[in-house]
Structure formats: C-alpha cells, structure tokens
Design a protein. Structure first.
Length: 298
C-alpha cells in the first residue's frame, strides 16, 4: 500500500489542535482557481524548477536525454511535457533549483515519522492531520495510517474538500477524531466554474460526517471577487444555524502562494486580489453582528 506524499510536516500548529504532524498526500479531483498547493493536484510525481535558485550551470541540460532543459539568451527554459521523471537533472543540479515533487511511501513509513513526536501530542493535545490534495481519494492509505495512529492513541484529523465517495468515507469514519471541512462555494454554477466539482457531492459528504457525530470545523477560503459576498456569508450562516454542533468556523483569507508554486511545475495558477486588513475585519464583524461568535479568522 503506497501513495505519493508531498511532505510530512512536523511541528505544525495550523492544521488542527495542538502540535501536529501534517501529512500532505498528492492528488486531488478538484481544480480550485485559487489553489495554494497546485503541486498537490496531480496524482503523479512532478518535476519542479525554482528559477530563483538556478545558477545557469547547465548541468541539467547535459544529463537530460529528452531535451527538457534549454538555455536561451541566458534563461533556463523547462519543457515539462517532455519530462520522463527519470530524476537525473535533479541529481545533477548543484543549487537544488530542481526537485521532484512526490515520494512514494507506505503508511508504515509515514507513521514512523509521525511517532517521533508522540510525546508532544500527549502534552499539548496534538496529533496527526492528513491533508492533500484530497485525502479521501487515498482512502486505503488513510485507513491504514489512521489505524496505526489509533493503536498508539494519537489524535487524528482529516482535512477535506468533501469531494469524495460516501462509501469510501465510511471506511475511515471510526478512526477520525476531527474533520477540517472546506466550504468554498455556495452556488452550483460557481462550483463548476471555480472549483471544478459539484456541490451535491460535497454536501452529501458533509451530512454523512455530521450524522455520525464527528467533530468538525468548517474552513471557508474567502476570495475577493469570488465569494466575499453577502450571499455567500448568508450561506455560511445557514450552515452554522442548521448544524449547531460544529466546533467552529474559520475564515481563510486568500493568499497567492500557489502562483509561484504553480509556475515551478509549469502550471498557470490564477491570481486574485489580496484582501485588506480592513476587509478581513469587516468579514468578522458581519458574522459577529449576526450573533455568530464562533466564526474566526484563521
């Protein structure tokens, strides 16, 4: 049992309670326009090129038999469509400008890293968070890793878009203590346009988790010009009112980290306006004025 893992990030404090180890799995069926981890969309390994680290030594060009790398007018150009992922250029690059995203790992290999910080989880109420990509599309990998964690009494969390099959979700439900559930779009036509999926699937998954009385935090990316509207905020209000057992709601202001990361893998990621501090405070004030104090800025 293996999946491609982008990173196993230790000492994380942003992906659930306490000090956590966050496992980023590679592969997601959605295509959010503002995706901040575009390298997590493909289920395969990918070549990444960081232009700011390149010293133009041309070592990559010398070892590549597929003509992926070329230097024109002093600029290093990468033709990702020709890459066979042999990794020779990565090995030859002295400045680490080239890297391979995605390492095949077993649940046992990941758990060996998770277990290193077991003492910190116990002291601060932390644990392991499986993120992505979309974790619920790696269901058998997640199931095995979650079972290993529960055998060691480690708190478990899954971050999900909800775009997954309910019958697959049910396999892992007994082993998940907390869900971080993304709520990105509230209208079906906008869902198809901005995230490339359907709300019916996402809503069905949400209801399944809530019905099983699982702890859940709603996470809402707010993208200026897309969903920073009264209509979307009213949809968030309706969810909070209809599902009173939600632990909380986090508003995640847009950032453009994904733009550079997308360029590094030859993927153009759309850029949106940054929200101002004033706008962020207006978002929070909207909810607090309507009596929803559990809504916070992440």
């Amino acid at each position: 049992m293996k999946s491609y893992v982008i990173d196993v990030q230790r000492c994380s404090i942003h992906d659930g309670p306490g000090i956590r180890t966050t496992v980023f799995l590679k592969g997601c069926p959605l295509r959010c326009k503002w995706c901040h981890n575009p390298e997590s969309q493909s289920y395969k390994r990918q070549l990444s090129y960081n232009q700011s680290l390149c010293v133009s030594c041309r070592a990559c060009e010398e070892v590549c038999s597929q003509n992926v790398h070329s230097f024109v007018d002093g600029l290093h150009r990468v033709d990702y469509s020709k890459c066979t992922l042999c990794g020779k250029c990565v090995e030859a690059c002295p400045s680490k400008a080239l890297s391979m995203i995605g390492r095949e790992m077993t649940p046992q290999e990941v758990f060996a890293i998770v277990k290193k910080d077991e003492i910190f989880y116990a002291q601060g109420g932390g644990g392991v968070t499986i993120s992505g990509g979309e974790a619920l599309t790696h269901i058998d990998f997640c199931l095995e890793l979650l079972q290993l964690c529960k055998e060691s009494h480690i708190h478990t969390c899954i971050e999900t878009s909800g775009f997954a099959q309910v019958n697959q979700l049910r396999k892992v439900l007994p082993y998940v203590d907390l869900f971080l559930y993304d709520f990105k779009i509230s209208k079906e036509p906008d869902a198809l346009q901005f995230i490339g999926g359907t709300l019916s699937v996402i809503n069905r998954t949400f209801n399944e988790i809530y019905t099983h009385e699982k702890a859940m935090i709603l996470r809402c990316p707010i993208i200026p010009g897309v969903n920073d509207t009264d209509e979307h905020f009213q949809a968030i209000e309706k969810i909070v009112a209809a599902y009173p057992d939600l632990i909380g709601v986090e508003l995640l202001p847009y950032h453009n980290f994904g733009v550079v990361k997308g360029a590094n893998i030859g993927c153009k990621t759309e850029e949106f306006d940054f929200p101002t501090e004033e706008q962020k405070q207006e978002w929070i004030q909207y909810f607090h004025q309507h009596g929803y104090d559990k809504v916070k800025l992440a």
